[in-house]
Design a protein around this ligand. Sequence first.
Ligand code: HGY
Ligand code: MN
Ligand code: MN
Length: 439
Amino acid sequence: VFGKPVPAPIFVPEDEASLAEVIARYAGDAACVRLYSGGDCNLTFTDRCAAFVDGRRLLQRLEDLAAIGPIAGGGVNRLALTDADKAGRDLVTGWMRDLGLDVRIDSVGNAVGLWGDRIERAVMIGSHIDTVRTGGRYDGNFGVLAGLEVIETLMTAGVDPPSGGVAVAFFTNEEGARFAPDMLGSLVYAGGMPVEAAHDITGIDGAHVGEELARIGYLGSYPCPGPAPRAFLELHVEQGPVLEAEGFDIGAVTGVQGIWWEEVTVHGQSNHAGTTPMALRHDAAYVAAEMGVFVRRLALELGGHQVATMGRVELYPNLTNVVASRATFTLDVRNTDATVLAEAEHQIMGRLDELAASEKVTIERRTLARFAPVAFDDTMIDRVEAHASKLGARVKRLPSGAGHDAQMLARICPTSMIFVPSANGISHNPSEYTAPESL
Ligand code: HGY
Ligand code: MN
Ligand code: MN
């Protein structure tokens, strides 16, 4: 301690630099340098990370944000652009402003807090703070609050903004649960969709993106596409079982798998459940049920990373004694391999056509999302792996099964992601959990 108030300590494990060099490096700063030598040097990965950031502050902010839109089981429900999302946005942008960041809200409601002079020269750390209806408290939120923590740690240590600065960001409607597609805000930020088209999107409840942005006060003035940062890094819970099952601390994420979302509406004929012979039915519910089974069997048959989900099903008139005249359902189909994903789509649509013919129903289709697999920047992946390893972490390279804002920022700047383990691989579920020492 060089006779100055003790802000956040900076621990420099001896194996990183000689004692003299470390003192020279920090002597002029208001930083407190506590040196480990000899036996103490066998710090664990967690110890070393804890030495660099204020874990208590990060965990407290996660708690404070999770208190907005709470649901039973410790999870959160902050669907995009709802009042709960607004309250979460207000809290996080308030923390950004408390740090003196230059906070910019753009025309699709993305928020960027900049510490430095220009986003184009800054490293951006970001994710999302909207959730699904049965969300966990870490999905997205952790990555945004970690960005805030990195900036506050550097400020507290008395260092100037690293050249070009650091930005922390959250993007609108990453989940795509209320408005499709997912990753909407980052897609518009990266120039993948005109903001006018985004504003016109109608949600599952009939609301419109543009009107909801205005209603919650986040129809910002900064233009989209946004400026490409120097690099983008997203920290996220894995949301899958791999890191925990294989005993790794950190995932150096290599990319994101391809995603295809389709909404299908089957128009059949309502009829009496008791009097209508089976051969005379045009049963929309039957077609939906068959498709639910078909996509699951196909995913198992294709194997590898192939997944397929029927997440939303709505029947009309949805009554016990009426053959359903209408069924609307969604398919979420993904694979790291674009060719296999295309084959899956071909087989799924072929089966749907067969059923339409045999049940004599008509089909309406709407593609809600279609994103090709994304490979992240090799240099960024190497750096994630190298730095985490240097800190003593057990690191695994892996692709992401979930979609992320990083897959959109990868279109405009060097990008990668860092994963931490998810307990039991659970996510999009109130019981989503990652241990504090892993965070
Ligand atoms: O759909 C996804 O993978 C992400 O949670 N939006
Ligand atoms: Mn997420
Ligand atoms: Mn999610």
